[in-house]
Ligand binder design. Structure first.
Ligand SMILES: C[SH](C)CC(=O)O
Length: 266
């Protein structure tokens, strides 16, 4: 609970995202590991968390959020990760591409492109910033693809045409995955597939690829953030490995906040 007993005070809240996200499990574990008894983790959404950050930042008020990289917020605000000596948020991770079983038979071109999809954090950040600045995600994807034909050619190398066959991609509305899913979806479309993008929660995202109702997702944060979901479905999915490396999760505060470690919150 919070110390005052009335409406929660901001100094004892960590602003998180939707409850099922892996970073929320990591945050709950951190609060236990570091003994943050009188703190509460506020559940909401990725968008709501960023709205809170903007509000606090403009007022130079204390705010602690569950943050991750890559993210456009690090180029919009002066932010820092709190040290996590217990490594509760895991180390540097990667985002994997997961496809349904049988995709290699049903849509070999899409299977090839999804298997070859790989880009750098700088690439993802470019698209994320465009979207944050107001460009429609599909438009931002198209512009990035036009400016990086060399990289896209590596993804589509050897891929058969889609001939209008349907491909359904699922993703969660994290800024990272809004960017990546629109880019790979646009590449598949340009390769002749009839692509639909479906925004879901993280559990249904894994479940729909495992049960074949979706064809693929490019949003599995491994080896720790999504480990539970991965272990639940690993026998029913095909893991193509990383499409991006060097991610990071943690508790994030504005630089003006005089706190440097999660231990300082006790
Ligand atoms: C983009 S977030 C780190 C993903 C998650 O927490 O499940």
């Amino acid at each position: 609970g919070n110390p005052s007993g009335v409406g929660a005070q901001t100094e004892y809240e960590i602003i998180g995202i939707e409850p099922g996200a892996g970073i929320m499990t990591q945050a709950r574990n951190a609060m236990k590991d570091y003994g943050l008894d009188n703190w509460q983790l506020v559940e909401g959404s990725s968008a709501a968390m960023v709205a809170e950050l903007k509000k606090a930042y403009d007022q130079k008020e204390l705010i602690i959020i569950t943050g991750w990289s890559p993210h456009w917020m690090f180029s919009s605000f002066d932010l820092k990760y709190l040290d996590d000596p217990n490594e509760t948020f895991g180390g540097s991770e990667e985002i994997h591409t997961i496809v349904r079983k049988g995709l290699d038979q049903d849509a070999p071109g899409a299977n090839t492109i999804l298997d070859q999809f790989f880009w750098e954090t700088i690439d993802m950040e470019e698209v994320m910033v465009q979207i944050e600045e107001g460009t429609d995600p599909a438009q931002a994807a198209e512009e990035w693809i036009a400016a990086h034909q060399d990289k896209v050619a590596q993804w589509t190398n050897g891929a058969q045409e889609g001939n209008g066959n349907p491909i359904k991609l699922v993703y969660v509305a994290w800024d990272t995955e809004i960017a990546s899913t629109h880019v790979i979806g646009k590449v598949l479309e340009q390769n002749g597939y009839n692509v639909t993008l479906s925004q879901v929660e993280v559990g249904p995202m894994f479940a729909s690829v495992a049960n074949g109702s979706a064809d693929a997702m490019v949003a599995a944060w491994l080896p720790s953030t999504h480990l539970e979901y991965y272990n639940t479905y690993k026998d029913d999915i095909v893991d193509f490995g990383p499409n991006l490396q060097g991610t990071k999760n943690g508790l994030v505060v504005p630089e003006y906040v005089d706190i440097d470690s999660i231990e300082d919150l006790k």
